[in-house]
Design a protein around this ligand. Structure first.
Ligand code: HEM
Length: 446
């Protein structure tokens, strides 16, 4: 049976995707128009198919390759081969190593005090802001997430955290320019030089952390990630690549996840009130949770899950078929690009009634029972799913708990919040909020 989809266009499909506002928005339109399995034109893919139904996605859950051409814009980041498209036999031990470090409770507990201190510093700074001065949530929270993941992945303190944040911003800007450069356009020379300089700064930072590890720094300050990579006998270039990948994969995603959650809560005072009541009940007079408290905040966790459903920081993933694949009534050839349209899956009305409504109760035990496991996939699925999911959840819950226990957030009136693709699902003009101490209730003084 032919897979439904729009008629081919001479521009190879790029115009329609650009007009929609990016692939995540195009996929929403595509599925609304053509149903749960739809084919579309994409430069670099002979066959591109998107699957927005969890039951049908099961057919693709075991796929273990990413399409190389789609991820080639990331090639310059790597010295020892693009880690996004590692062949399965190399990927499997790499994944096991990452999971061993990133998903383990002991490493989470060891870094908890540092994470809490970083979150508290931010809350202190925001609490002291003059009334009426707005904060830019995404910018501040992605910078904070980067400091958290640097503490985790590099061990100890980075010499110049602001320099590292800036270098990441430069690298990201360079990659985005590459990703969205129109076919045939020439790359700006000074941009490439800037990216190369920023990458050199980042690689030196990792090298210093590796040297500190080999030199045997004080136990609490050593990086488990670097330790595991050194112990596994990885080459220095692969160590640098892996650490940079983790830093890159971790900070924008977690930063925007927390930003979108605060945005949604600010628009839903009922849910925000339940969160603060839960925090007051569980934490009492304490400003910050301890590690065990995070398991006693079920409503906050439901709120985070609902926010990851509405605004998944990674709005889609992709795989490549190594052999022909049957998806429902359709047969895909070997070499086809299969999309997991995460945002479209999360807004599929067959699984999420009134999908645009923010309703954390969807994730309560009653409504969750029996829901298909692939209906909620903010961290992807199968053998290439996000290895940082548990760490990201811990960081996000901690940040939300620290911020919401002490502060209240109100949107800046009239400021537009429009989701766009910028590697992650990003608010185009950032998310601006007025922040003040929670105790300061009563008339609006800003
Ligand atoms: C809310 C925060 C985060 C979200 C929503 C997120 C989401 C994702 C998604 C959608 C993918 C692609 C999965 C797929 O293709 O099936 C991914 C991959 C990845 N993520 Fe995350 N991520 C987050 C945080 C993190 C953190 C904190 C880390 C590391 C500490 C991390 C490390 C990675 C890595 C290494 C990959 C590549 C996976 C592979 O190729 O095996 N992520 N993430």
């Amino acid at each position: 049976m032919n897979i439904p989809g729009p008629e081919p266009r001479p521009d190879g499909g790029v115009g329609a995707i650009a007009r929609a506002g990016g692939l995540h928005a195009y996929q929403l339109w595509l599925h609304a128009e053509y149903g749960p399995v739809a084919r579309f034109q994409l430069p670099g893919a002979d066959t591109a198919v998107s699957i927005a139904d969890p039951v049908l996605l099961e057919a693709a859950v075991g796929l273990d390759e990413r399409p190389e051409r789609l991820f080639s814009f990331l090639d310059p980041l790597f010295e020892a081969g693009n880690l996004q498209v590692l062949p399965a036999d190399e990927h499997e031990p790499w994944r096991r190593l990452l999971l061993g470090v990133l998903a383990g409770r002991p490493a989470h507990e060891r870094h908890f005090a540092r994470f809490t201190a970083l979150a508290t510093e931010l809350a202190d700074r925001w609490a002291a802001l003059p009334a009426g001065r707005p904060v830019e949530l995404q910018r501040e929270l992605t910078a904070l997430s980067l400091r958290m993941i640097c503490a985790f992945a590099l061990g100890g303190e980075v010499e110049d955290p602001d320099g590292v944040v800036e270098a990441f911003e430069t690298v990201l800007a360079g990659q985005l320019e590459r990703l969205y450069r129109p076919p045939g356009a020439v790359a700006p020379a000074e941009g490439a030089e800037r990216t190369a300089r920023a990458l050199a700064v980042l690689r030196r930072t990792v090298d210093r952390a590796v040297a500190a590890h080999r030199g045997g720094g004080p136990g609490g300050d050593r990086s488990d990630l670097i330790g595991a990579l050194v112990e596994a006998g990885e080459h220095p270039a692969r160590i640098r690549d892996t650490v940079l990948t983790v830093l890159l994969a971790a900070h924008h995603t977690t930063g925007v996840a927390v930003s979108w959650t605060l945005h949604l809560l600010a628009g839903h005072p009922g849910a925000a009130g339940r969160v603060t009541a839960e925090l007051d009940r569980v934490l009492g007079d304490r400003d910050v949770p301890d590690h065990a408290d995070l398991h006693r905040l079920p409503y906050l966790e439901m709120v985070l899950k609902e926010s990851l459903r509405r605004y998944p920081p990674g709005p889609y993933g992709a795989r490549r078929t190594a052999a022909p694949l049957t998806v429902g009534p359709y047969r895909l050839p070997a070499g086809a690009v299969v999309f997991l349209p995460i945002r479209a899956v999360h807004l599929n009305p067959a699984y999420w009634p009134e999908p645009e409504r923010f309703r954390p109760e969807r994730f309560g035990p009653e409504e969750s029972a029996g829901r298909h496991r692939l209906a909620w996939i903010p961290f992807g699925m199968g053998p290439r799913a996000c290895e940082g999911a548990r760490l990201a959840t811990l960081e996000a819950l901690l940040l939300l708990a620290v911020l919401l226990k002490r502060l209240r957030f109100r949107p800046v009136p009239g400021h537009p919040v429009v989701p766009v693709e910028r590697f992650v699902l990003w608010a185009a003009e950032d998310i601006r909020m007025l922040v003040g101490p929670r105790a300061e209730r009563g008339p609006d003084r800003s």
